[in-house]
Design a protein around this ligand. Structure first.
Ligand code: URP
Ligand code: ZN
Ligand code: ZN
Length: 459
């Protein structure tokens, strides 16, 4: 009788800091031994391929109400797609509905996820109302496994004022939490929208024109300065351009606890995508919008130099039929796009293969830093004894042409249609169970567990 439930043999173990060959012994969902040779009854031969810590996508929106509809992946379809793509944990945004408390919000999102998610999941609370009840709830939630939350500076019914953002930053600082901020300037967007619509400019491209780079950079600067005033940690989500990234870099250089995330769409796509004909530009309507192409390279540079800390996806898919709600008016197009499944392959191919980031950086940006910043390390985000056996066998030679036909997200397009990648996940293990293999979900249903997270780390 073996000491292990599973042994992964001949692994080229790749972490954010190491790269070596070993066997990995797994028992009760945890890594219990890493050694040059381990024997067991149940063996998976990695055949010298990379074995990396499971991807962690800290920015998803499954089954999320937005603009009069719901994002089209629920926790089952979205996490199955994530697993196939080499992601073993997500943190989804549980956005407080109007009139609901934060505890009720957790309840609503738990009901969405329980019995559906197949990988482990946590929730950031999207705080949309600051009142006496929320003020009481926040410190308790921060201590009880929900140490991070999001403030929107835009979107009617969701946004908070600067005063409220300041107060939340203080609460987070006092209780070891972290505030994630969607930074765009609300008033300037409305001003631009009115002008554009009055001029009859209704097509998807004008979504981007209405929310220019400076609109994001200004709000990023404001949020960062508010955090600096309090010396509170802050994490800016979905940074789309270099001007906003530079605000974060400067704040970090000055010793503040400022961090930032970007996403594959801002590294690979551009404002040109909105010009696709027949309303196809709507595929890319997201906030912040795609930018001038020169930003792509500059954002890669920011990642390489440690000026931005993570790559998440902001996965928030809508079918084209849903996008057509805005056929006559770009402001009615639901904001968001898919991406949870191809993230690992995209960052490997366009980052590592193209010489923009190192192998270690690839793991750091997609798994280790997310685990550290969001209070899951070293349970997740690394390959070490006592860590969860969330492992991905990644074949650096497997070539795939991404297409809606070979991805599993519940949506009828991918922004990455026709993108060729070399390097793809071929097996995904979650807590020691093989859950995805060669593009198929092979695990049990509804096996995902709610992640109660610890104190965020400031990187
Ligand atoms: O367009 C986006 N990003 N949709 C999802 C909601 C958000 O702002 O993150
Ligand atoms: Zn956002
Ligand atoms: Zn988002």
């Amino acid at each position: 009788m073996s000491n292990y439930d599973l042994v992964i043999k001949n692994a080229n173990v790749l972490t954010s800091s190491d790269n070596y060959t070993a066997d990995i012994g797994i028992k009760d969902g945890k890594i219990v031994e890493i050694a040059s040779s381990i024997d067991g009854d149940n063996v998976y031969d990695a055949g010298g391929k990379y074995v990396i810590p499971g991807g962690i996508d800290v920015h998803t929106h499954m089954d999320m109400p937005f603009g009069g509809t719901f994002s089209s992946d629920d926790f089952e379809t979205g996490t199955k797609a994530a697993a196939i793509g080499g992601t073993t944990a997500i943190i989804d945004y549980a956005v407080q509905p109007q009139g609901k408390s934060l505890n009720e919000t957790i309840e609503i999102w738990s009901q969405k996820a329980e019995g559906k998610a197949v990988i482990d999941y946590g929730f950031h609370l999207g705080v949309t109302k600051l009142n006496d009840q929320t003020r009481e709830e926040l410190p308790v939630l921060l201590k009880n496994g929900f140490p991070t939350f999001k403030v929107f500076m835009v979107y009617d019914g969701m946004r908070l004022t600067d005063k409220e953002l300041l107060e939340i930053l203080q609460i987070a600082k006092d209780h070891d939490g972290l505030v994630c901020v969607h930074a765009e300037n609300y008033d300037s967007i409305n001003y631009n929208i009115n002008k554009l619509l009055n001029d009859g400019k209704t097509e998807p491209l004008y979504h981007a024109i209405s929310r220019p780079q400076k609109c994001e950079a200004e709000a990023t600067n404001r949020a960062v300065k508010l955090a600096e005033m309090l010396d509170a940690p802050i994490y800016i989500v979905h940074v789309s351009n270099q001007e906003a990234a530079d605000v974060i870099a400067k704040s970090r250089k000055n010793g503040f606890k400022t961090m930032g995330e970007t996403c594959p769409q801002y590294l690979l796509l551009s404002i040109e995508n909105y010009k696709e004909e027949n309303f196809n530009g709507a595929k890319y309507v997201m906030s912040p919008p795609l930018r001038d192409g020169f930003n792509n390279e500059l954002l890669w540079q920011s990642l390489r130099l440690g000026k931005l800390q993570t790559v998440a996806t902001d996965h928030c898919p809508f079918f084209m039929e849903q996008k057509r709600m805005g056929i006559d008016n770009f402001t009615k197009i639901p904001n968001g796009a898919p991406g949870v499944e191809p993230r690992m392959a995209l960052i490997y191919n366009y980052g590592v293969n193209e010489g923009k980031i190192s192998l270690g950086k690839f793991v750091e940006l997609t798994s280790t830093n997310p685990a550290k910043i969001f209070g899951m390390y070293p349970k997740k985000g690394t390959i070490a004894v006592n860590s969860d056996a969330d492992l991905v066998v990644f074949d650096p030679n497997k070539e795939v042409t991404l297409s809606v036909d070979n991805l599993h997200e519940n949506v009828d397009y991918t922004p990455y249609e026709g993108y060729k990648v070399k390097g793809y996940p071929v097996a995904t293990f979650s807590r020691g169970e093989l859950i995805a293999e060669n593009g198929e979900y092979v695990g049990k249903d509804s096996r995902g567990q709610l992640l109660k997270r610890e104190k965020p780390e400031v990187l």
